[in-house]
Design a protein. Structure first.
Length: 183
């Protein structure tokens, strides 16, 4: 996950696929770090509480990283009664004091919205996770083509990408018309 601020990469999620970095950030003394932002929302039949903590560091073996962030989300589903707690770790190239806790939280939530809009469609409609293309640059090229298809259909005013793809499959000129390549 990357969030743009003044056209440069600012915040990146740290996941278990980077085990050394993930462990170093996860083992920071988060209990001793003060809370920068707290948010509580009630929507979609659930209560969600998000807490954000940031800590500056001198060196963490990652280019241009100046701060580590921890986001803890509690979700209580009112229909099932299920409670889930999720901890996310991020790093940012922003120097301390450049952005407030609420600003960072808003950027992170805004990016999750984009992630959900794009990646959910790529996963559910295009079944990207089931792709057999794993060699060289082909996975990135295919992701770019999927993004292009999604973007063209969204610019054409379509909200249901699966329905738009079915419609385009019946008449391939619709895609060219949406791109402005035919009259």
């Amino acid at each position: 996950m990357a969030i743009s601020y003044a056209s440069r990469e600012v915040t990146r999620a740290v996941k278990a696929n980077h085990p050394g970095l993930f462990d170093r950030i996860r083992r920071l003394p988060w209990r001793e770090i003060t809370l920068d932002h707290h948010d509580r929302t009630r929507a979609h039949h659930r209560l969600e509480i998000r807490r954000l903590k940031t800590v500056a560091f001198a060196h963490l073996d990652y280019p241009d990283a100046h701060q580590a962030l921890q986001v803890v989300r509690w979700r209580k589903d009112f229909t099932s009664g299920k409670l889930t707690i999720e901890r996310l770790y991020l790093i940012t190239s922003l120097p301390p004091g450049t952005a407030t806790g609420p600003q960072l939280a808003a950027w992170i939530r805004g990016h999750w919205k984009i992630e959900n809009l794009l990646h959910h469609v790529r996963d559910r409609t295009f079944h990207e996770d089931d792709s057999k293309i794993h060699v060289g640059r082909l996975p990135r090229i295919m992701a770019g083509l999927r993004n292009l298809a999604i973007s063209v259909h969204r610019q054409d005013g379509r909200t249901n990408i699966a329905a738009a793809l079915r419609c385009t499959a019946r008449d391939c000129r619709r895609f060219l018309t949406a791109l402005g390549l035919t009259g």
